[in-house]
Ligand binder design. Structure first.
Ligand code: IPM
Ligand code: MN
Length: 339
């Protein structure tokens, strides 16, 4: 049987995006798989060059690809009519599940014993973009929209993921004691779905308690599923427990497309210096491998990254002395050793 050729769309974006994505691409090329890469434009640079931060051609390239690897974008403040392309991407392609794993590393900046995944609803809530001002600008309203459909699919995804990972607990995080209708609906849907997964226990937790418990005893969590804004905040908090944004990876997954991205931003002040940490992008590439049903290779990449971190083969932000290219090379040589 001939080997499949995977089509991957690369969206480097702005700032350090290009530097970290090229390391992730080199790493994919070092694996025993066949790739066909296509690059697309996204972000403020694309806006300046082409008049749009998310050109139609980019959307088409993502739709054509088996999976997409995205770097980072700079969003200029106070530019009227400019919408963050990553938010538009999530909504336009209906990438409804934002998956953010956090696992301990052998490093002083990481606490030990943590292995959790935040599953964040990615299309609605306070991110629906329905906002208005009243009273001559003295009263501002944002609509928090929660639907049964979006709640159902994200909660199912969380339970399915728990099973896949061999976990036995899903924590449903909400604020239904105050937001009785919106969070109340999310909670109600979770209570309906949970009995379909008798092997996975459902626990519910208020979002403020969850923020506290993540600091107090993060080892208790396996899969956390929550609405968009809570997931945004809790996933940043969780990432700081295990080394921070330099290693935080994520996937935006929908029915027809999937976009993997390091959680960090474009860090304009680091751009062009070959200093940025490529690990978050590399771990996002590992998630892309899982998604393409190449989980053994995804595991191999994670194992190689763990070894590099444990042996201080890392960039300055993690206390090492390597530059971006060298840190990428370190992971690749570790992979070659393991293969
Ligand atoms: C993230 C980011 C985005 C979000 C911003 C850049 C709009 O913080 O991916 O978590 O809030 O979702
Ligand atoms: Mn965020």
């Amino acid at each position: 049987m001939s080997q499949p050729v995977y089509r991957v769309c690369l969206l480097p974006g702005d700032g350090i995006g290009g530097e970290v994505i090229s390391q992730a691409q080199r790493l994919l090329q070092a694996l025993p798989l066949q790739w066909e890469f296509e690059s697309g434009e996204i972000g403020f640079g694309a806006y300046q060059r082409l008049g749009s931060p998310l050109p139609e051609a980019t959307l088409a390239a993502i739709r054509r690809a088996d999976a997409t690897l995205f770097g980072a974008v700079t969003t200029p403040p106070n530019l009227a009519g400019y919408a963050s392309p990553i938010l538009r991407l999530r909504q336009t392609l209906d990438l409804y599940a934002n998956i953010r794993p956090c696992r301990s590393f052998q490093h002083p900046s990481s606490r030990q014993g943590i292995n959790l995944v935040v599953v964040r609803e990615n299309t609605e809530d306070l991110y629906s973009g329905v906002e208005r001002v009243e009273d001559n600008g003295n009263r501002a309203i944002s609509e928090m929209i929660i639907t049964r459909r979006a709640s159902e699919r994200i909660i199912r995804q969380a339970f399915e993921l728990a099973r896949q990972l061999g976990f036995n607990k899903v924590t449903v995080v909400h604020k239904a004691n105050v937001l009785r209708e919106t969070c109340g609906l999310f909670r109600k849907v979770a209570l309906e779905i949970a009995p379909n997964y008798p092997d996975v226990a459902m626990q519910e937790m208020l979002v403020d308690t969850c923020a506290m418990e993540l600091v107090r005893q993060p080892e208790q969590f396996q899969v956390i599923v929550t609405t968009n804004l809570f997931g945004d905040i809790l996933s940043d908090e969780a990432s700081m427990l295990v080394g921070g944004l330099g290693v935080a990876c994520s996937g935006n997954i929908g029915k027809n497309s999937a976009v993997f991205e390091p959680v960090h931003g474009s860090a304009p002040n680091l751009a062009g210096q070959n200093k940025a940490n490529p690990i978050a992008a590399i771990l996002s590439a590992a998630m892309l491998l899982d998604y393409l049903e190449q989980k053994p290779l995804g595991d191999l990449v994670r194992q190689a990254v763990e070894a590099c971190i444990a042996h201080n083969q890392v960039t300055q932000d993690l206390g090492g002395i390597l530059n971006t290219t060298e840190a990428g090379e370190a992971v690749i040589s570790e992979i070659r050793r393991l293969l």
